[in-house]
Design a protein around this ligand. Sequence first.
Ligand SMILES: Cc1ncc(C[n+]2csc(CCOP(=O)(O)OP(=O)(O)O)c2C)c(N)n1
Length: 351
Amino acid sequence: MERGKEDKIKELIPCYTEMKELPENLSIEDAENMFYSICQIREFEMKVKDLWRADKIRGMCHAYYYGEAIAVGACYALEKGDYITSTHRGHGHALARGAKPERMFAELFGKEEGYNKGKGGSMHIADVDSGILGATGIVGSGIAPATGAALSAKLQKNGKVSMSFFGDGACNQGPFSESLNMAAAWDLPVVFLCEYNQWAIGTDYWRVTKEHDVYKRAKGFGMPGVQVDGFNVFEVYKAVKKAVDRARAGEGPTLIEARYMRMLGHHVGDAQNYRTKEELEKISVLYEIEPVVRMREFLLNAGVPEERVDRIRKNAMADIEAAIEYADSQCHEPSLDTLYEDIYAGGEIII
Ligand SMILES: Cc1ncc(C[n+]2csc(CCOP(=O)(O)OP(=O)(O)O)c2C)c(N)n1
């Protein structure tokens, strides 16, 4: 890449690193699997945007497009049985951890075959059998449950590791500090993965913090802190793998800051008028290093035939199309008499 362009990228993603080599314990087949997952999440989210705008999906949806390298790289470093907790922007986490897109679309369409019988919607997809303990619309509220899951793993000595995804906005919430402190004090097997996209709705992270590097906070809690290029699936994988190995070996938690950029609106209906034209123009250089483009380039440079690379992407897109078709035409609306089942609330339901 030419120097001027790299400088512009580094201004936005200071830890930007080229994707030249496979991590030593991964094969080309792994890279192809990762590419499939990245394309699957991208297509899922593009379709969510269209379906939401067409009024097929009700409730708010926060798309994960362009963040795919974080979920895919991170989940690739986990083992079966490990746990994750997610956020309001959680579709990508669930897919990367093995959730089925047809059941996710069924959930988004409010159908009973959905992961939460159609009653949770976009922000609450959970599948405990796959280790997906849940997503949440309350910013920062997945961090403590992940820490609790790590405590349970430690007490049960079952060798499981827990990982919490959260945004940069969540780092200024109480559960962040409380959880990191407890996890460090008790050497809990947990990975704290901050998806640093530089915005929290219309609040620019730089405006509300003095120290802009989240990973530096780790030192104050007594754990390692690492910053990685969140558009680079291999760098995310390597950092998370190291943290997971450390956690599994009983050495305690790690805080990872994966820097990327929210390229589009906070949710699928957000025109983000609070961002200036200059900023949007400036960040457009990042489309050259976004996960799909980058992984495609990597595979081609590694000698995978173009026809094969494009087929992987087409397969991912076709699988999403089939998932939508299934959820739309073969799944069912929950019946009215189940309206008050599976609903948990602090108060009394008055009918
Ligand atoms: C406790 C709480 N405060 C405020 C909100 C409103 N809210 C929803 S998403 C969001 C921004 C979160 O930003 P971040 O954690 O960085 O995640 P991102 O949306 O950027 O992925 C806010 C403030 C909320 N849902 N919960």
